[in-house]
Ligand binder design. Structure first.
Ligand code: GUN
Length: 287
């Protein structure tokens, strides 16, 4: 069966819009997310447009700063310095990837950890690693755990979660979140020996490798819940592009207990969790 990310994200946004109303009426705070886009990358423009739209739809303030491609690292750092000190701004997101002449890790380190709604700052990854409350946790990993719970219920204790992929954005943080949920966690990757056998042990299988239809039907046990993080563009026989995940969906869907489709699975959850993080940052700014 499918796990419906679109519907789960919609329900989360509805819940968040109530929290926004309460923040406004009880504390006079209107959560504000500022998104910075450097350059004209077409995919990034689409992502940013969706972020702005959904921020406004739940009643929050959205601010978009568009900077030319040749913006210097110093100029971007100056903008961040200004936003870090602007009390009306609760969340700051710098859309990645950045042009080559700007160092991403320098930029991420310059965002105030309290406004780092991507959860990429070392302070937030450290808080997550230490299991501290109040950390701003990366959005896609949060969405993955919510979708797993959508099918399995809130208690994931003792389940074996296998994560394929070890990126700072998905693989490592989703492994930490699943560990917090008392799963037994295996982090697998491209160099893992006997990867199909390792995956076959998974009660929860998270695929975040970035390779189209990489996970095959005989890697998955019948009871498994499969969370597909991949978004890959492949050319069809008709010469058109089609979006596929990291899992061979057509062959896996009937071999496992539940799976997130692509599109309509993890993708919609990411922006919903970004809104959730911005509201958390706004709440934490009052206390
Ligand atoms: N580019 C693609 N995905 C993301 C994301 O989650 N955050 C940021 N900042 N940039 C991205």
């Amino acid at each position: 069966m499918n796990i419906d990310g679109k519907l789960t994200a919609k329900r989360l946004r509805e819940k968040l819009s109530i929290e926004v109303m309460e923040l406004k009426s009880q504390h006079g705070i209107n959560p504000k997310l500022t998104v910075i886009l450097v350059g004209e990358d077409p995919a990034s423009q689409v992502y940013v447009k969706n972020k702005v739209k959904q921020t406004q739809e739940i009643g929050m303030i959205s601010d978009e700063i568009k900077l030319p491609r040749d913006t210097s690292e110093k100029e971007l750092l100056n903008q961040l310095e200004r936003l870090n000190h602007d009390e009306s701004v609760h969340g700051i997101l710098v859309q990645l990837p950045l042009p080559k002449h700007i160092d991403e890790s320098t930029i991420i380190a310059a965002i105030s950890p309290n406004k780092d709604v991507d959860g990429f700052h070392a302070m937030n990854s450290g808080r997550l690693f230490n299991g501290e409350k109040g950390a701003l946790v990366p959005c896609t990993p949060q969405g993955c755990v919510m979708l797993a719970k959508q099918h399995l219920g809130d208690d994931l204790s003792g389940m074996h979660a296998v994560v394929i992929g070890r990126s700072n954005i998905v693989g490592k943080p989703v492994a930490m979140l699943l560990l917090q949920e008392n799963c037994t966690v295996t982090i697998a990757h491209s160099r893992t020996k006997n990867l199909p056998e390792v995956c076959k042990q998974a009660d929860i299988l998270v695929a975040a490798v970035g390779i189209a239809e990489f996970v095959k039907a005989d890697w998955v046990k019948p009871e498994a819940t499969v969370i597909d993080v991949g978004i890959n563009r492949v050319l069809t026989d008709e010469g058109k592009y089609r979006l596929v995940g990291d899992v061979d969906y057509a062959n896996v869907v009937n071999k496992c207990a539940a799976i997130t489709p692509v599109p309509g699975g993890v993708g919609p959850m990411t922006i919903a969790c970004l809104l959730k993080n911005t509201i958390l940052a706004a709440k934490q700014s009052i206390s």
